[in-house]
Write a protein that binds this ligand. Sequence first.
Ligand code: PNS
Length: 163
Amino acid sequence: MSTLAVYPGSFDPLTNGHVDIISRGARLFDRIVVAILVNAEKAPLFTMDERVEITRAVFKDQHKVEVDTFDGLLVDYVERRGAQVIVRGLRAVSDFEFEFQMALMNQRLKPKIETVFMMPAEQYTYISSRLIKEVFSLGGRVEGLVPELVEQRLRGKGLKRTS
Ligand code: PNS
């Protein structure tokens, strides 16, 4: 039996931490679907179409990686896709509490779906989409922390120093 994994998130924007987890997932599972949550935030920086386009472009050469969007309950989407596994990245102990709650809630909702936590490479453990947006908007360098395409698109958004 082949194993399909779903890696859900907001990806606003995709970071090299996400890329690292997706690449690890693609080595471990037969196929991994990057599932971007529709309307996660009221005012995302990148539209859904932009996030899908960026993620597809970054993984264009990895046939095991698929990019999709989802709405509603994650476990319903996972079941609809016939997937067995939810992948979540764990960066630090601070991530654990919320991730643990989500994993157990998802397990209660659909006991047969397993959550698998994966650790990114050490150099990405402090990166988050929120920090990337904040640092970039304040004029800080995010080179090496996000894919080049994301950096270009951040510049294209015309984010300016706010201080
Ligand atoms: O990138 P994020 O914001 O950490 O991703 C959070 C996400 C999308 C995994 C989570 O908010 C989610 O699964 N939302 C879908 C709605 C749902 O199923 N909620 C119950 C989770 S226990």
